[in-house]
Structures are given as C-alpha cells and as structure tokens.
Design a protein around this ligand. Sequence first.
Ligand SMILES: CC(C)(COP(=O)(O)OP(=O)(O)OC[C@H]1O[C@@H](n2cnc3c(N)ncnc32)[C@H](O)[C@@H]1OP(=O)(O)O)[C@@H](O)C(=O)NCCC(=O)NCCS
Length: 174
Amino acid sequence: MTVQIRAEQPADFPAIRDVLVAAFGEDRVADGVERIRESWIYRPATSLVAVSDDVVVGCVMITGCTVSGDAGDRVVAMLTPLAVAPDRQRQGIGAALVRAVLAGAEAAGEPLVVLEGSPTYYGALGFEPARLYGLIFTLPDWAPPDAGQVYLLPSYDRADPTLRGKIGYPPVYE
Ligand SMILES: CC(C)(COP(=O)(O)OP(=O)(O)OC[C@H]1O[C@@H](n2cnc3c(N)ncnc32)[C@H](O)[C@@H]1OP(=O)(O)O)[C@@H](O)C(=O)NCCC(=O)NCCS
C-alpha cells in the first residue's frame, strides 16, 4: 500500500481530527490543532498528511515557538503534533512524516526544529538533546530529562546567539 505525503487541505481537517483522537486517545490534541490553524503560528506548508488509498492515516505539523535569551526573543520551528492511525503504526509512516516535514523546514530556511517528545523515538530520527545547544525546555516532572529535542538543519549557526535560550510556547498551547 503506497503512502503519499502532502500538505493538508481544509477537506482533510475532519479526517485529521479522527487520526489525532484515535492516536492520542483523547480530544485535547485535536482541539489544539484546530486552535493552531486559527493562530499566527500556523504554517500550512509544513502541516502535512500521510494518505493511503485516499484515506488520511497520519499527520504532522511544524508551527512556531519562541527562544528567549540574552539576544532577545526569536521565533523558531517546532514539531508537534505527530500522529499515525493506530492500525497503521509501526509501518514507517511516522518516520516518513518526520523526514518530509524536516525537509519542508529546511526548504523554508529554518536553522533548526525543536520538539518535546521521546528521546528514543526522535533520537533515532536524528534529533539530539536540545540542552546540548543551549536550548532550555521547561519540562513536566514526568518527562524524561532529554525530552527537549532539537534537529539541526544546514543553515544552523552555533555562533548565532538568538538560537540559545528558553523555549516558550505561544498561548495557543495552553
Ligand atoms: C509515535 C507515532 C507517531 C509513531 O508512528 P509510527 O508510524 O508507528 O512510527 P514508525 O513506524 O515510523 O516508527 C519508526 C521507529 O520508531 C519505533 N517506534 C514506533 N513507535 C514508537 C514509540 N511509541 N516509542 C518508541 N519507539 C517507537 C519503531 O519501532 C520504528 O523503529 P524501527 O524502524 O527500528 O522498527 C505513533 O506511534 C503515534 O501516533 N503515537 C500516538 C501519538 C504520539 O505519541 N505522538 C508523538 C508525540 S507528539
């Protein structure tokens, strides 16, 4: 069964909601995605779906968050959420979505992509602990210490002080 990855379209929104609710087992993330689409952090070009036989089987978004440090505030790319329909998991669809959305971020000239997630899962896809690059997440107590992750893209410049600081989530995530 071939899987195609493309940008989401409004006609996909109900099916994306179904995938998110099924994958996360609750409405909260799906509700958050609907708020994201109404907000300034929404980036339609890096909001992707995986489609198999005309059915949406997965989705991923890169939006924006802030890095606040000595050099001021800056918006950077953040990957969240990522979901694959439960009956299509462990077939490489999640990894394909992550690779495709990282390529989109690179094409958009982003220097890096951050996220909060499993170091095991995202580490296998090339993410590294964000703290190694001076990017500080405020994590919930239950999260693994390296749940704050970063993927460096070719235009990343380690000497750029605007790429170091505390990660802040826009109010839409609250
Ligand atoms: C996390 C998720 C998106 C993975 O999607 P997927 O299509 O099953 O992932 P893939 O098939 O691409 O898996 C890639 C690798 O990660 C491993 N993997 C898959 N799910 C994993 C998990 N939950 N934890 C650790 N490793 C996992 C797979 O074994 C695979 O490794 P392999 O190629 O060596 O076998 C999917 O399980 C999901 O939707 N989960 C619920 C929502 C969620 O937690 N999203 C992430 C946080 S935003």
